[in-house]
Ligand binder design. Structure first.
Ligand SMILES: [Zn+2]
Length: 253
């Protein structure tokens, strides 16, 4: 299985528009972070977790030619605002399966009414085939996909486990039963916004504590704010098995 980090930044991305913060002016490509998303591919499948506002740019960079499904974590714009740009895939492939919590589906139906239109739909509009995700495993392209229920402040979010890989973002709290589902994971991706605490996101310490409960071989941190610091400097402070993810990083599991 291949996991490609399409974006590793928090909601504004890095650089932040108009910011004078030194990280926003860094020349290190690892300090440029688009909005958070991953591309996961295995023998017969190519899946995106989330579809943020940088989706078009991410697709042009990563060279993805086919998308078999989108799995959504939650409805916030930094995870969904690229939906209009799936059209080139639709024109080649037809409607694309979209997996999400029923609340997220409802939200997308309101915000992107033209995508979900059933009468007189504009022929060039994006098209999706909706699948509701409940907090129970489902099979996709021969693999068991295990949703992991967590909370982003008071908002429910889903992470996803596929084999020995798990991806969770925008997590602040997670129940013990859900952590159980992550046991045995070899590669964990988890959000870590910055050093300072935040109301709705894990900070670094919370992410490290969470990783310690799961004991993966490797942990990658994502959904990173410019306030976390320079990539290189932060990486030096991390334990040997914990890595700051960066845009266009590709790992194999
Ligand atoms: Zn987010």
């Amino acid at each position: 299985m291949k996991v490609y980090f399409l974006g590793t930044g928090t909601s504004q991305g890095i650089p932040v528009i108009g910011s004078s913060h030194p990280v926003c002016h860094s020349k290190d490509p690892k300090d440029k972070r688009l909005r958070v998303s991953v591309w996961i591919a295995w023998e017969n499948a190519s899946v995106m977790i989330d579809c943020g506002p940088d989706f078009r740019q991410q697709m042009l960079t990563c060279g993805c030619e086919r998308i078999d499904a989108f799995f959504f974590t939650h409805e916030h714009s930094d995870h969904t605002a690229g939906l209009d740009d799936i059209r080139p895939f639709n024109f080649r492939q037809g409607p694309i399966p979209l997996y999400a919590h029923s609340r997220v589906i409802k939200n997308l139906e309101q915000r992107y009414d033209y995508i979900f239109e059933t009468e007189n739909k504009y022929p060039g509009a994006p098209s999706v085939e909706v699948h509701e995700v409940r907090n129970e495993p489902f099979i996709f392209a021969g693999k068991e996909i295990i949703p992991i229920n967590a909370f982003h402040g008071t908002l429910q979010v889903f992470g996803y486990r596929i084999d020995d890989f798990a991806y969770l973002t925008d997590v602040k709290t997670i129940a013990v039963d859900e952590i159980e589902k992550l046991k045995g994971v070899k590669v964990l991706v988890i959000n870590a916004l910055r050093i300072e605490p935040h109301d709705t996101h894990f900070n670094l310490q919370e992410a490290l504590d969470f990783a310690a409960l799961i004991h993966p071989e490797r942990t990658y941190l994502t959904h990173i704010s410019h306030m976390f610091g320079f990539h290189e400097a932060v990486q030096e402070t991390l334990p040997d098995d914990v890595f700051l993810a960066y845009d266009n990083l590709e790992i194999h599991i």
